[in-house]
Design a protein around this ligand. Structure first.
Ligand code: B12
Length: 258
């Protein structure tokens, strides 16, 4: 995959309008009303929204508003924590699965960079990827660079998706991407997160292949990869994402249990 300026992709708006549900959703999150949050997610699904759309049009606006309220002193840190964990729990339960993933060409690893604690986005995105039939692994928040690079080297996926919320972490993203490319040259690297929603020019500073700022665009990008061969070079270092150094019998057992 070529380096240089990332391809920045954005899907057009579309799908059911969840606008009427967003106010009640915010109130339910701030009030810690799990049944109401669940009910509103179910109503969105009944209107035809998949996880990507629920994340973009229901969850994101509510959590951005929680963030604004937090900075204005209208919501406490405890209320923010409550809203975040409630959204994460309910969405996790309601997300579907797109069926069995079809091999290493469809394996994607999500991670937040070292020092980056905003991992809710990638938790949702991993659900979106699973709904698209991808084998998604989320390494969560604050993944040390060396650990991430080693993980990707040992089990090369088709794609690595890095999340950056704080603008100050863009240089760390660039360094991480350079180190991943040095050990797995063919992997497709995506970046996204608040840092790029605030200023898309920052994509160019990372060296990533693809820049995406929302869940619906990621869903569309993942679907568009269907049928395309992975760019990961067949150097024998990965079979279904499991390290080649693993004994063949153990590898088969682990692969069967996934
Ligand atoms: C919840 C939250 C926290 C939680 C995070 C909990 C968790 N487990 O994620 C905690 C309490 C840890 C936290 C900490 C901090 N936070 Co905070 N936080 C928020 C808040 C309220 C919501 C974030 C969120 O979950 N949004 C919802 C998710 C779904 O959105 P998302 O992460 O952007 O992801 C979506 C897209 O960006 C995209 N995406 C994300 N990553 C990727 C990657 C790829 C590859 C792709 C394709 C797409 C993609 O898809 C996702 C789904 O659509 C925001 C407010 C806001 N406006 O966002 C502030 C906010 C991000 N935080 C902020 C700040 C300042 C901090 C702290 C510095 C506060 C402090 N003084 O300690 C620390 C920093 C910690 C750190 N080093 O990372 C500021 C950032 C300001 C700025 N512009 O830089 C914000 C904007 C609040 C504000 N208004 O000031 N925070």
């Amino acid at each position: 995959m070529a380096t240089g300026r990332p391809r920045v992709v954005t899907s057009r708006k579309g799908g059911p309008d969840l606008g009427d549900l967003s106010g009640p959703f915010l109130l339910a999150l701030l009030g810690g009303d799990e049944a109401a949050v669940e009910g509103l997610v179910s109503r969105s699904r009944a209107l035809g929204a998949d996880t990507a759309l629920v994340v973009r049009d229901l969850v994101m606006p509510a959590l951005c508003e929680v963030g604004r309220m937090w900075t204005r002193g209208e919501a406490s840190i405890a209320e923010e924590h409550l809203a975040t964990s409630l959204a994460s729990r309910v969405l996790g339960r309601s997300s579907g699965s797109g069926g069995a993933p079809s091999g290493p060409d469809r394996r994607i690893v999500f991670a937040c960079l070292a020092g980056e604690f905003h991992d809710l986005g990638i938790r949702f995105l991993a659900d979106v990827a699973r709904e698209c039939g991808w084998d998604a692994e989320s390494l969560g928040a604050n993944v040390p660079r060396e650990a991430l690079v080693r993980f990707v080297q040992q089990r090369p996926p088709a794609a690595v998706a890095l999340s950056v919320s704080l603008a100050g972490h863009v240089p760390e993203a660039a360094q991480t991407i350079a180190e991943i490319r040095a050990v797995v040259p063919g992997v497709t690297i995506l970046v996204g997160g608040l840092a790029f929603r605030e200023d898309p020019e920052r994509f160019a500073l990372t060296g990533a292949d693809v820049g995406i700022t929302d869940a619906v665009t990621l869903r569309d990008w993942l679907r568009a990869q269907e049928g395309r061969r992975s760019a990961v070079s067949p150097n024998g270092s990965s079979v279904c994402g499991l390290p080649i150094a693993m004994p063949a019998s153990l590898r088969r057992r682990v692969a069967r249990s996934r």
